[in-house]
Design a binder for this molecule. Structure first.
Ligand code: TMP
Length: 209
């Protein structure tokens, strides 16, 4: 399962809370994030967030995110799934569709093809979208801003509507939550959905509310 959303929406906090709760319930959990989660991914993360390289070509940006994802998928995600673990990822391929596709304006079919190569066709069985108006969310970020936080509001508005459009195309696979709600309320909604989903699967440990 993955957490998605714009800047400052609280995804990392929610991903950690969910991973901890799943672990306490007896699941073998791998918590990871993008870009990063592997030595190569960390190097690419630094390069991608640097404010200096503002003229990075959109295609170069796409391939760098895809390279990080390719490595994370091979090195971390597929091995964890092969051991019947649950993987919680803070951002995944839907970030690329929202940011490089809707945000930067790269053709969505190109982004989709690159995503399939990077993930070997793997897609999360649940995507939690923490939705919030960028004008509010960006104020929650700590300074100094990174390369993406430097983008204007119009960019972040396109990213947001991209996410909402993806969610509306697959409502059963996406859970859209208002990110301005209290942290505990959001976690409760996430847990309710995740526990219902996992208790339907075989070899599930007993889950409590
Ligand atoms: P974050 O993990 O701190 O949110 O930073 C990651 C930044 O990179 C964020 O601005 C979103 C952006 N991003 C993309 O543009 N495309 C991607 O595929 C991913 C994973 C992140």
């Amino acid at each position: 399962m993955t957490f998605e959303g714009g800047e400052g929406c609280g995804k990392s906090t929610q991903a950690k809370r969910l991973a901890t709760r799943l672990q306490r319930s007896g699941y073998s959990v791998t918590l990871t994030y993008e870009p990063g989660g592997t030595p190569l991914g960390e190097e690419l993360r630094r390069a991608l967030k640097k404010t200096r390289e503002t003229d990075l070509a959109p295609e170069a940006e796409l391939f760098l995110f895809a390279a990080a994802r390719t490595q994370l998928t091979r090195e971390v995600i597929l091995p964890a799934l092969a051991q019947d673990g649950v993987v919680v990822c803070d951002r995944f391929s839907d970030s690329t569709t929202a940011y490089q596709g809707y945000g930067r304006g790269l053709p969505l079919d190109l982004v989709a093809r690159v995503n399939v190569i990077a993930t070997q066709g793997l897609s999360p069985n649940l995507v939690v979208l923490l939705d919030m108006a960028p004008s509010v969310a960006l104020q929650r970020k700590k300074l100094p801003p990174d390369r993406f936080e430097f983008e204007g509001l119009a960019f972040h508005d396109r990213v947001r509507s991209g996410y909402l459009s993806l969610a509306s195309q697959e409502p059963d696979r996406w859970l859209v939550l208002d990110a301005s709600q209290p942290e505990a309320t959001i976690h409760k909604a996430v847990w309710s959905r995740v526990s219902a989903m996992l208790s339907g699967s075989q070899s599930a440990p007993a889950l409590s509310d």
